[in-house]
Write a new protein. Structure first.
Length: 84
């Protein structure tokens, strides 16, 4: 995402840029994430919201909740699909 933003603003001299698997629009990505969060169990939503507000992205509670989000909506491959 950063490379695309940089290239769109400072493309002078840029010959090639290959981007794979990146959202085309960050505002749309954020909006979609909010819709997906609403589909998760209430305790998972709460953990993600509270930890994010505190900036606590290292706690076991946050890691488990974010793994649930990733497993459901981002990557369903093992071992990623196992809450940590």
């Amino acid at each position: 995402m950063l490379a695309g933003s940089y290239a769109s603003l400072r493309s002078h001299g840029l010959k090639k840029l290959a981007i794979s698997g990146s959202p085309a629009s960050m505002p749309l990505y954020r909006e979609t994430c909010q819709h997906r969060l609403a589909e998760l169990p209430p305790e998972t939503q709460r953990a993600l919201k509270e930890c994010d507000e505190k900036g606590d992205h290292e706690s076991p509670e946050y890691k488990q909740a974010s793994t649930i989000f990733m497993r459901e909506f981002v990557c369903r491959l093992d071992p990623v699909s196992k809450p940590g």
